[in-house]
Ligand binder design. Structure first.
Ligand SMILES: Cc1cc2nc3c(=O)[nH]c(=O)nc-3n(C[C@H](O)[C@H](O)[C@H](O)COP(=O)(O)OP(=O)(O)OC[C@H]3O[C@@H](n4cnc5c(N)ncnc54)[C@H](O)[C@@H]3O)c2cc1C
Length: 225
C-alpha cells in the first residue's frame, strides 16, 4: 500500500529526473511514482521567487510557469556550518570545503575534541552520522580501546515516499572503475523495485525502492550506523 497522493506539494528541479545520482533505473522509477503523488516540474530553472501577498510565495520558472504556495523549502545542497563555531579559538582545523578535520576515530587534532556527521563527513547522510556518533560515544567511554569509523560500504536512504535505499557502486560507477559487470537483476513489481549489480560471485550494488508506506529503514542485514 502506498500513501495517498500529496496534492498540495509541488517540487521543482533543474534535472530531468529526481535522484539523478542514483541508479538510472531506480531514479526513473522513483520519478514516475513521484509524478503520480505530487506536482513535479523537472528540467526547469527558477527565474524568481517573490511574495504574492497574504504570505503567499510565488515562483516564476524560466519557461513562464507560475507556481504558488504557502511555504518554500530551498534544498540546494548541504554545507557544514563549522564556520559558525568559532573554531579558530580552539585550534580545530577545517578542510578547504569547511569540514572539520577528523581522523578515523572521529578525533580532531585537538585533544579531547571530536566531530561527526555533516560537520566533518564527506557523505552527509543520516546513517553515516548515526554510525559516527556511536564511534564517538564508544571512544569517549573507552579511550584505551578505541573504534574506527568504517566507511567502506556506505548505505544511503532517501527519506521520501516511496522510500529508497542503496549501497555499493552504481552501474556507471562500476564501468568507470573498470569492473567487468556481468549481471544486472531487475526484480520489479508495479512500484517496488530492486536492482542488483553483480561482478562474478560478488554482489556489487543493491538499490531498492519500497512501495509500502513505512518509515525508512536501512537495508536488512547491513550495518547502517
Ligand atoms: C532537506 C534535507 C533532506 C535530507 N534528506 C536526507 C535523506 O533522505 N537521507 C539521508 O540519509 N540524509 C538526509 N539529509 C541529511 C541528514 O539530515 C544529515 O546527514 C544528518 O542529519 C546529519 O546529522 P548531524 O547530527 O551531523 O547533523 P544535524 O542532524 O544537522 O544535527 C546537528 C545539530 O546541531 C545543532 N547545532 C548546530 N550548531 C550548533 C551550535 N553552535 N551549538 C549547539 N548546537 C548546534 C543543530 O541545531 C542540530 O540540532 C537531509 C538533510 C536535509 C537538510
Amino acid at each position: 500500500m502506498t500513501t495517498p497522493n500529496i496534492p498540495n506539494l509541488t517540487s521543482v528541479g533543474r534535472s530531468e529526473r529526481l535522484l539523478r545520482s542514483h541508479d538510472e533505473t531506480i531514479a526513473e522509477r522513483f520519478t514516475a511514482v513521484a509524478r503520480e503523488k505530487w506536482d513535479v516540474h523537472l528540467g526547469h530553472e527558477v527565474a524568481r521567487a517573490r511574495s504574492g501577498g497574504d504570505g503567499e510565495v510565488v515562483l516564476d520558472l524560466a519557461n513562464g510557469t507560475v507556481l504558488r504556495g504557502d511555504l518554500l523549502l530551498v534544498a540546494t545542497g548541504r554545507v557544514p556550518n563549522g564556520d559558525r563555531l568559532d573554531l579558530d579559538r580552539t585550534g580545530v582545523p577545517t578542510h578547504p570545503d569547511g569540514r572539520i578535520v577528523v581522523d578515523d576515530q572521529q578525533r580532531t587534532p585537538v585533544d579531547g575534541i571530536f566531530a561527526l556527521g555533516d560537520a566533518s563527513s564527506p557523505h552527509q547522510l543520516k546513517h553515516v552520522a548515526n554510525h559516527e556518533s556511536k564511534v564517538v560515544a564508544h571512544n569517549l567511554l573507552h579511550p584505551d580501546a578505541p573504534r574506527r569509523t568504517d566507511h567502506r560500504f556506505v548505505p544511503s536512504a532517501v527519506f521520501s515516499d516511496p522510500q529508497m535505499a542503496a549501497v555499493g557502486l552504481t552501474d556507471p560507477d562500476a564501468w568507470i572503475s573498470g569492473y567487468d559487470l556481468v549481471r544486472q537483476l531487475l526484480i520489479g513489481a508495479t512500484r517496488g523495485v530492486l536492482v542488483a549489480l553483480a561482478i562474478h560471485a560478488l554482489l556489487w550494488h543493491v538499490t531498492a525502492i519500497r512501495a509500502r508506506s513505512r518509515r525508512s529503514r536501512p537495508i536488512p542485514g547491513r550495518r547502517a550506523g
